[in-house]
Design a protein around this ligand. Sequence first.
Ligand code: ME8
Length: 560
Amino acid sequence: MSTYYITTPIYYVNDRPHIGHCYTTLLADVAARFQRLRHGSPDDVFFLTGTDEHAEKVVQSASDNGMSPIQWADRNADEFRKAFGAMDFTNDDFVRTTEDRHKTKASAYIQQLVDSGDIELGDYEGWWDASQEEYVPENTAREHDYKSPVTGRELEKRTEQNYFFRLDKYESWLREQIESDTIRVLPGARKNEVLGRIRQGLQKVPVSRKIKEGDTDWGIRMPNDPEHRIYVWIEALCNYLTTVDTDERERFWPADVHVMAKDILWFHAVIWPAMLKALDRPAPKTVYAHAYWIREGRKMSKSLGNFIEIELLEAYCKKYSTDAVRWYLLTQGPLGANDADFAHEHFVEMYNADLANSVGNSMSRVGNMIDKYLGGELTMLCNGEFGFPGGSALQTARTALANAGKPVDDPDRTFHFPEITKAAVERAIASADAFEVDEMARQGLAVVRAVDEFISYAAPFTLAKQLDELEDGTHALATILYSCAESLRIASLLLAPAMPTKMGELWARWGCAPSAGVPLADLAEFGGAHKLKKGQRITKGDALFMRADVKEEPPVASTD
Ligand code: ME8
């Protein structure tokens, strides 16, 4: 049985979670949920997220807040856990780099690289900013006339001994792996950028910092030389492997997808695969770097104070439902190469268009018609084919329209629901493979829209008024409504990874929760073994999504 392993970046705990962290983790959650459904075997999917805790800025913000680094890290790691719980994420583990399971294995990998000669001691020469106790990169130093960009104090040229990873040794291997898509770097624009940079040549990269007097004991020491601390990025990348490097979990390696934003692609597409090659481990199959969320047209930043923090997202969840927020972020977010804008009006517009007026309306409307016209029970099965020679249900519906003096748009129109739903499922699977998880979810919406079109065309409500006059009216009505319900059941499977709670509500009303252990292709077969059965009770219920009014005040973050 094949496995699926997906990871998000591990997030810095110097700060609290915001929309960017939630977005990347949502993409991974939707992908993981879809793969569980697709394979019908949840145990073969592993979804990892967590926190990156050994950065210097964690020490700084802890001290600014009068706490020790570990207290501060504990507190913020908890905030991430809570935020991810509020968003209904189903990560299988949450790794913290301060945990022993991570530290011991990360040290062992570094030792292995020292032993193999892939990590070696060398001189590092750079511009030292004594006022800030940090090196300033050459181009920044030049831009500031070799003065501290923060304090304006003269920079000094310094040399120190560091450990370096021999990235240069892996230049041609990396090029070949990425060019041939053995390591798929997505989207395509990002692959070209990475290859362009590799072609300019790869240098050794520093992987340690010498511990200086007065430094806190934060971080992981070089196993062969405790005077040095492992550079935080290098050990952080190891989390993807340390977490699954156990007897029970090793079957998950290599990762199927590492997902992140474009800011940290280089580490994931170049440095990490080269480290793995040096460790003699297989490289990840796909590295996906999405673009950024911006807000009302502007970059989100601390200085502008316009970050969408978790509290604001929670306020949206409270007002419009968590599933609605998940849907908006998923389908309107920066998947692909372009940034995406979070704007309240756009949220309301999409919420109404996709959810209140489409998914929610279609599902409650069909449920209500079955309740009203069929006594809340599916009285008929049907093969989902309408308008074909020999098929009478649609012809009866057209007769009802003619009797009511209403025009029939196109008398030769046909509807072929087994094909419509099968094509949607196939497209969803292909989209998931390309990590176009927004397109994957939209396939569910496409089925809903096909059902809506069918309802508008066949007008079962018109037919329902003529049951006494039309001989086969009841049969036609039951057939039409069965097809709508069965197609919506299939749509709900494709929508569930994005909107698990609302689709769960539908399944409870219609008695059609997917059976465990059955792959999607079987579950989603129109009229197949897992179809809605004749005699199934259908409970009507409130609209799954209430319509929203754009004129209402946008939600505000609670300050409790
Ligand atoms: O970089 N739009 O952690 P980090 C979309 N610890 N996504 C965004 C975003 C935005 N405006 N802002 C942040 C680190 N993100 C390291 C990673 S991995 C071994 C170590 C998301 O807390 C996006 O996924 O700065 C981005 O890559 C990540 O948060 C950076 O998180």
